[in-house]
Design a protein around this ligand. Sequence first.
Ligand code: DC
Length: 251
Amino acid sequence: MSHQKEPAIIPIITIDGASGTGKGTVSQLLATRLCWNFLDSGALYRVLALAAQKHCVALDNEKALEVLAEHLDVQFIAQENKLPKVILEGEDVTDTIRTEPIGNSASIIAALPAVRAALLSRQRAFREAPGLVADGRDMGTVVFPDAELKIFLTASPEERALRRYHQLLEKGINVNLSDLIEELRERDKRDQERTVAPLKPAADAICINTNGLSVEDVVNRIVTEITRKKAFPVISTLTGMKLVEALEVTE
Ligand code: DC
C-alpha cells in the first residue's frame, strides 16, 4: 500500500463578468487580503492584441495569432495595491494595454478558438500556493471549473460606462459617454455570442449585481460568500493562514 501523500489542491476563487463591473479592482483587493496570487486573464488577451499590432499580424489571422500566443514573451510583475506590471518583449506595456483600441482588439482575437486554446496553459500556470484569485470571463466555466468559489459580477451598461468614463477622466482622457456605452454594448455582444467560452456565469457561480455598490462592498460580499459556502475551512486548512483575520469584513 502506498503512503504517498496526495498533492495539496491549491484553492481558487474565480471572478468573472463583463468589462466595467469592477472585477479587476475587486479581484486584486481580494488577492491582497488573502495574500494569494492574482491572475488578470484579460491582460493576457490585451498583451496578445498589442503583440499582434507590433508584429503586423492581422486580427483575423488565427494561425499566426496562435503561434504568437504560444511564443508570447510576457512577464507579470506583482506590485503592491496596483495591477501587476506587464512587460512585453522587455518593454513596459502596463498602460498601453489599457487603451480602448487595444481592449477592442483583445475582444476580437478572444473570439478565436485557437487563440483561447493557446492561452489556456499560461493561465493555469498561475495556480500556485497558497491560492489564486482569477479574474476574467471564463475562469469559472473553462479555465478553472474546479474552483472552490465562483463569483459572477454584473452591472448595467450605463453604470459600467460611467465608471470607465470617470477612470479615463482621471487619467486626463476625455471621451464621449454615449460612445462608451455603445462600445461596451458591442463588446458585450461579441463576448457573449462567441461560440467558444462565451461570457456567462458557471452553473455553480454566485451572481452579484454591483450597481450602486463600492469596491469594498463587493469584496465584503465575496468574503461573506467564502464563509457561507464553507470553502472557508478548506481554504484555511490548505493555506494554514489565520483566515478569520485575513477575511475580516471591513466596515
Ligand atoms: O477584462 P478585460 O477588459 O481586460 O478583457 C479584454 C478582452 O479580453 C475582453 O473584451 C474579452 C477578452 N477576455 C476573454 O475573452 N476571456 C477572458 N478570460 C478575459 C478577457
